[in-house]
Ligand binder design. Sequence first.
Ligand code: KIV
Length: 265
Amino acid sequence: MKQITVTTLASMKRKDEKIAVLTCYDASFTTVLENAGVEVLLVGDSLGMVIQGRDSTLPVTVDEMVYHAACVARVRQHALLMVDMPFLSYATVELAVATATRLIQQGGAQMVKLEGGGQQLETVRILSQNGVAVCAHLGLQPQSIHKLGGYHVHGREDKQASRMLREALELQSAGAQLLVLECVPSILAAEISCSLEIPVIGIGAGADSDGQVLVLHDIVGLTAGHVPKFVKNFMQQGSSIQEAVSAYVSAVKDGSFPAAEHSFR
Ligand code: KIV
């Protein structure tokens, strides 16, 4: 199997081939996800909730991200390994460089992800100019949950929508090579995906972005409590975790996931 790189992802976008991304936090699941054809493994700071039992991503530390990234990196064969920069670990450019250095050198990250728009442009520029592959994250930004006052859809108002489109273009110009859009109306996510050369990966952002990401535990029915609207439990389509993950990948590839019921207007 050929290594998946940022070049592969860019070429998939040009060829209109959907990109399947899933979160992954350990070695055993890495093999399951790679066998199913997942192109990007995201060591997300959602591990704060699904692994550590916390109620947000905020307590997750750089040490913890390095630990989980290294667990995945140790057995990864060909999928691209993307790792979240945790809360406030990139609040200044200097901190961002130090965090990215650890995630790459000790965790084995091939791409780092950070949340935010205009305020992150300089950080994205410096990381990218220094050879770091960066994924930006707009729409709902879970690390800002206390400032935002809750989990809700972003970009429904015209002003918010044009700002998101502008920030997406600026992040691309600053050097971002991938963009995640979380909880964004489908029509806006489609417009942003069409306007950008870099691939756009949606979560609760409709079917018209260049790929999809979900939290692994959500698609195998392990989520306790509230299940977000954009989640689908793929265990209902398979009798094993391997089959469920393969069903997710197929549904992303053939465009049947997400359906209207998983999307926002
Ligand atoms: O941490 C995470 O799992 C994420 C995804 C929800 C995109 O950032």
